[in-house]
Write a protein that binds this ligand. Sequence first.
Ligand code: NDP
Length: 297
Amino acid sequence: MTARIIDGRAFAATVRERVAQHVSLLKQEHGVTPGLAVVLVGEDPASQVYVRSKGKQTVDVGMNSYEHRLAADTTETELLGLIQQLNVDPAVHGILVQLPLPAHLNEALVINAIDAAKDVDGFHISNVGRLATGQKAMVPCTPLGCLMMLREYCGDLSGLNAVVIGRSNIVGKPMAQLLLKDSCTVTVAHSRTRNLPEVLKGADIIVAAVGRPGFVLGEWIKPGATVIDVGINRIEQGDAKARLVGDVDFDSAREIAGAITPVPGGVGPMTIACLLANTVTACCRAHALPEPVGLVA
Ligand code: NDP
């Protein structure tokens, strides 16, 4: 069997289109334009690329984008002051502080200073608790994107066996919570898990978020399983441009799986699309309007 390739670029374009339609409806029928504020501290080159891309995509779907670029030596007091301003600004529905922050800034303190209702990254402790207890939450973008793809390709997830490999706060744990919310039987594997191939044997769904190139082998996968590869690993190639590969050994996995996300072009493009989706959701909630269909967890 050769797996269906789950085209994350095409699916992300569909999500952006749904967002754009909802933004247009909010503007026309309610006179509201969703706004996303992105805060970047310092000059990390990768972060600058992400922030630029987020700003462009925000504007492309018809939302307002507010970029705040602060010097690398910005103090915690200054940063918290800006967050406080954004928290009370009615034009701002989503606030994202680009991570990582320079070492002198306390990430947890900064993230938890964001109004939880505007926390479109879903990292605020109250959103983490809300997700864990099955309440309405802002959900981290990468796992939300994985969930959307799984729902699209598997339909009803209820009763399926899902194994999430990785237990980080930004991917593994929220992914497991989302799958549990959709009534999967969920196993979370990590570096201390014994005999991972045995654990994977019964998995209808595998979500790999490990950070190790080609770690999951085709022979570990149950025939027909759906495989979501979150990993983004740079393989340096001497003078040539670095190559990106996932946490799954794509060539062997595609022969066994029923459907699989490639890297690049799988989960990656969904992350920013879900940030836009979260901003529309936050805007709807702020104005007590119905939430956008197909864009929430
Ligand atoms: P972390 O390093 O925070 O977590 C990695 C997890 O993998 C840990 O829980 C670790 O276990 C587990 N792990 C490590 N080795 C093994 C092993 N041998 N067997 C089983 N589990 C193992 O990474 P992230 O969750 O932040 O990211 C994971 C990957 O996803 C990375 O490649 C990252 O670049 C990518 N990523 C992609 C995004 C996207 O937009 N597509 C967004 C975010 C991340 P333990 O807890 O025991 O140490």
